[in-house]
Design a protein around this ligand. Structure first.
Ligand SMILES: [Zn+2]
Ligand SMILES: [Zn+2]
Length: 305
């Protein structure tokens, strides 16, 4: 008798009300990929699991293999499955090496994969639509590391015009008066890998509804590892948390040396309980229920099959 069994990798899904959710996997040094399906965006590609193909915008934080390994596969699979070509945001330092990598893959695969690469620098806002953009923020993980913020862009009526009638406003518009002003609301911030630094004071990071941050190390004797690897230690996170105004904070990129259960325990020991009400670990399956299969887009029959 041959015993048959399925082995499946567990991905986390956290739902934040009806507006958005995150689907992902994140373990330090192994793989980080976090998708916001409702916003058509994925943060880091990891090894390019199937679910990330449904995002057309891919934000790469830095060049470490656990965050970027699957980038060529992501672009190629989107093409193979007849999906929209991917748009990849990268720190500008990575633009050239990424183009070289994709050139080599074109020679290996003997096919051209359509894609767009958008080099980003700190504080640049790339507007995808009139009401939605992605802003890069400088992180502290060596040259060319960026976090990304999903920004909702709204137009509001200037206060001096709020008492005007519709007709008057129409007339003002016709006269070429700018009656509106622009408001940018940070919705989700993802930092990728980072050590402690000014990024945790960036207004978009402090005020985003949801902040997804790494915290790799928790054990007291891992402080030197955190410093050497330019990662966060829980004692640093404990000093950061009181200054944040986010509705939710999600911790990812925990070291396997510690594991989620022990990380949770050490977080509770280090941070005041009040501050932890809205703090979650991405990979904490303890009280989670089975989410079933991911809603894969109904992919058309792949070409060439
Ligand atoms: Zn990493
Ligand atoms: Zn890294």
């Amino acid at each position: 008798m041959v015993e048959k069994s399925f082995l499946t990798q567990k991905y986390a899904r956290l739902k934040f009300g009806p507006q958005y959710s995150i689907i992902g996997y994140s373990m330090a040094g192994e793989e980080t990929v976090i998708q916001v399906p409702e916003m058509n965006v994925c943060f880091d590609v990891g090894r390019s699991p199937q679910f990330c193909l449904s995002s057309d915008y891919m934000c790469i934080t830095h060049g470490h293999m656990d965050h970027v390994a699957g980038i060529a596969y992501y672009l190629s699979q989107k093409q193979f499955q007849g999906m929209k070509p991917g748009t990849v945001f990268v720190p500008e330092e990575l633009e050239r090496p990424l183009r070289r990598l994709l050139d080599v893959w074109r020679d290996i695969e003997r096919q051209d994969t359509p894609h767009t690469i958008i080099p980003m620098r700190p504080d640049h806002l790339h507007e995808i639509r009139r009401d939605f953009g992605i802003r890069a923020v400088a992180t502290h993980h060596g040259t060319g590391s960026l976090g990304y913020v999903l920004v909702s862009i709204r137009e509001k009526l200037k206060p001096e015009y709020v008492t005007k009638t519709g007709e008057e406003l129409a007339q003002l518009r016709a006269d070429g008066v700018n009656i509106q002003y622009r408001v940018e609301v940070p919705i989700i911030a993802f930092l990728g890998d980072t050590s402690v630094g000014p990024v945790f004071e960036h207004p978009d990071v402090v005020n985003a509804e949801l902040l997804i941050t790494e915290c790799t190390f928790f054990d007291p004797d891992h402080k030197s590892r955190a410093k050497a690897g330019k990662h966060l230690h829980v004692e640093q996170l404990a000093r950061i948390l009181p200054r944040l105004k986010n509705k939710h904070v999600v911790i990812c990129h925990v070291s396997r040396r510690t594991g989620i259960r022990r990380a949770k325990h050490l977080l509770r020991k280090t941070v005041h309980e009040e501050l932890l009400a809205n703090v979650h670990f991405l990979m904490d399956f303890e009280q989670s229920k089975a989410g079933g299969d991911l809603d894969e887009p109904a992919a058309p029959t792949p070409k060439g099959q």
